[in-house]
Design a protein around this ligand. Structure first.
Ligand code: FEO
Ligand code: CA
Ligand code: CA
Length: 648
């Protein structure tokens, strides 16, 4: 979701809750540039480009790269761009636009029945909680396509439903809460697994034994160092549910991993005497809650009466889409924070999971399994339960270090008040503070380039932290960084880092070298296709980054862009409807259908007050264009009219 909104009030994720004195990425970068004796005004992007390839989307990117030096500089100019489509212009239309020769089809919008004959979606939002539980949830986010069979025409789509918008979910559109409304809210959260098939050129949902909803009320299990019977997880009733499922990942053994992001916003209390303890404060739990108001109707979410319920969230959850009776399992070895992305790759047979913490001033982590994953699986162990979690420290010489969050190591000792590994994981943020990790500008998705194992990470923006943690002050528009692990081995404990692109409106920041074909802001979703194209999705919708009153109005609606990391070429591939965010990325193995999600078209909230020129309350009727209906998040399937490979 955009950083400005949850439920019906302003979110806290663009404000730091990190009290540590740990260094900010901004300061590390400044020193790095000073060391190299390069003035920032000379072009931070090219200067930082130690990888030697072009660092942004300018037309002369390859030329610049050659001037930047580095091992791949000379080759950057030789590559033919991977991008074979004509850029789509920016747009403020309430529509999806794709390049010439492409089509985009709407699939499984919010409320679609999970099975034929299931409860139909009602445009007045009068569906009950029980009906919603049998329908596709709200506000699609991360997803993955799991092929069924070998014909390339059938698969399972696992889709996250990140949050609910009270103005759309309920007929009265209000955040005045009742138990029935909480129940419907829970039913609209979580994950959908649904079979889809392609007939001719069109995809459609299909009935299958795999079709399933996981919601905020589905029974869940815990695995790894924090088990279900851990005292910190003892709360009213058995553990259930996953909420605020933002980004996602998938494992080489065919499961889906979904990330619990802004879970703190679901908790609050009317108990005037309640004050947050140090850990609740560190995770941003506040008395008034984050706008859902569930705590006003359901004691489950009252932080004063049921405090340990909050410890059951903030995890990465594994779901087996091929076993509809399986219990979703929270993999606690991956830590507890506001997980954004769980990007799994393999190196030397081990699994490596990159996962960011999306709040201003938080960190990026990676998990490495203790042994090759096949060996662990052969012994009946989960590769996500046995391994080490690390947090990143960026150094000003362009290197970086992965610091282990291991009980007994470094400062994480009994003498310093740490009890055991479960304690370290329950308090991941505090442990990472103690290790001296580097503060970032809201880490969103990570993606690994399949051609060379380089890792890319979106840092979406840093508005709330006074612009401290970034190469620009304030950082309205974000940037994408990347790193190469030592010897290209993703299990390594050191890396070299670089800035791939500074996003934004050049009218605001002249360091930005983006033009009409590729201007974008607030990168969020990232994904690679097989050929090594990097796909970039934006979440700039109703946030404050578009500011027509100041002339920063060139970016318009959120977009999907493709980049060629070898040449630095970036081109806009798709523009979404008004007020939406583009998210979710998965592509069929034949590379001929790309699925993305249109999240929160027409995003709005009563609490935002009267429209202003800089926050005009984008109105959308997408995808139904029914004036009496309501905008709906949906997946879209993008194909080439000639059936060819996407992006070429
Ligand atoms: Fe849910 Fe950080 O985006
Ligand atoms: Ca975002
Ligand atoms: Ca996101």
């Amino acid at each position: 979701m955009s950083e400005a909104f949850v439920g019906s009030r302003v979110d806290h994720d663009d404000h730091s809750s990190n009290p540590s004195e740990n260094e900010a990425f901004q300061d590390v970068l400044e020193r790095r540039l000073t060391r190299r004796g390069i003035l920032r005004s000379g072009g931070v992007v090219a200067a930082a480009g130690f990888f030697g390839t072009a660092m942004n989307g300018t037309a002369d990117a390859a030329t610049k790269a050659a001037g930047a030096g580095g091992d791949r500089a000379a080759s950057a100019g030789k590559h033919r761009s991977l991008l074979g489509f004509k850029a789509v212009p920016t747009s403020t239309a309430d529509a999806v636009s794709v390049p010439e020769g492409y089509t985009a089809q709407v699939l499984i919008p919010w409320g679609t029945p999970l099975r034929s004959g299931g409860p139909a979606w009602k445009k007045d939002a009068s569906n009950t909680a029980a009906e919603q539980e049998q329908q596709i949830g709200m506000h699609h986010d991360g997803m993955h396509y799991f092929p069924l069979g070998h014909d390339g025409n059938t698969g399972l789509l696992a889709v996250n439903h990140e949050y609910v918008d009270t103005t759309l979910l309920y007929p009265d559109g209000s955040a005045t809460m009742t138990q029935a409304k909480v129940d419907k809210g829970m039913a609209a959260h979580g994950v959908s697994v649904i079979k889809i098939s392609k007939h001719g050129d069109r995809w459609q949902p299909a009935d299958s034994k795999y079709n399933r909803r996981v919601t905020g009320n589905t029974p869940v299990d815990f695995s790894g160092p924090v088990r279900a019977d851990h005292p910190a997880l003892k709360a009213k009733g058995p553990a259930k549910g996953t909420i605020n499922n933002c980004s996602s990942g998938y494992t080489p053994w065919g499961t889906y991993v979904t990330c619990e992001e802004n879970w703190n916003n679901y908790f609050g209390t009317t108990d005037a005497s309640w004050t947050p303890d140090a850990e609740q404060k560190r995770y941003g739990v506040v008395k008034e809650g984050g706008g859902y108001n569930y705590h006003l109707a359901d004691p489950r979410f009252d932080i004063a009466v049921n405090p340990n319920e909050a410890n059951r969230f903030g995890w990465v959850v594994e779901i087996d889409p091929f076993n509809p009776r399986s219990t979703p399992t929270k993999r606690t070895a991956l830590g507890r924070f506001k997980h954004e992305s769980a990007t799994v790759t393999e190196s030397r047979g081990r699994v490596v999971v990159y996962t960011g913490d999306d709040q201003d001033g938080e960190y990026v982590y990676k998990y490495v399994s203790s042994e090759p994953w096949r060996k662990l699986k052969a012994r009946g162990k989960s590769p996500l339960d046995h391994g080490t979690l690390y947090v990143a420290k960026f150094n000003d010489d362009g290197s970086g270090t992965w610091l282990p969050l291991t009980f007994g190591k470094g400062p994480l000792t009994a003498a310093n008040g740490w009890k055991d590994q479960a304690d370290v994981l329950l308090r991941t943020r505090t442990a990472a503070d103690a290790l001296g990790a580097t503060k970032l500008d809201r880490a969103e998705w990570a993606a690994v380039n399949p051609t060379n194992q380089d890792v890319y990470l979106s840092l979406t923006n840093g508005v709330g932290n006074g612009g401290k943690i970034n190469p620009r002050k304030p950082n309205r528009y974000g940037h994408i960084i990347r790193w190469r692990e030592k010897h290209g081995d993703n299990t390594a404990l050191t890396f070299d880092w670089d800035i791939f692109v500074l996003a934004g409106d050049p009218a605001y920041d002249p360091q930005v070298k983006l033009g009409p074909d590729n201007i974008f802001g607030s990168p969020d979703g990232l994904g690679f296709d097989k050929a090594g194209r990097l796909w970039i999705e934006t979440d700039i919708s109703n946030s404050s980054q578009n500011m027509p009153s100041k002339g920063y109005d060139h970016i318009a609606n959120c977009a999907l862009l493709a980049a060629d990391p070898r040449t630095g070429d970036i081109r806009r591939f798709l523009v979404g409807p008004r007020g939406c965010e583009i998210t979710g990325f998965t592509i069929t193995p034949d590379q001929r259908t790309l699925f993305i999600n249109i999240q929160h078209p027409g995003e709005a909230s009563a609490s935002w007050g009267a429209p202003t020129p800089d926050n005009p309350r984008a109105v959308s009727n997408w995808p139904d264009f029914d004036p009496a209906g309501r905008a709906r998040s949906a997946t879209i399937a993008i194909r080439r009219e000639d059936g060819g490979v996407i992006g070429t």
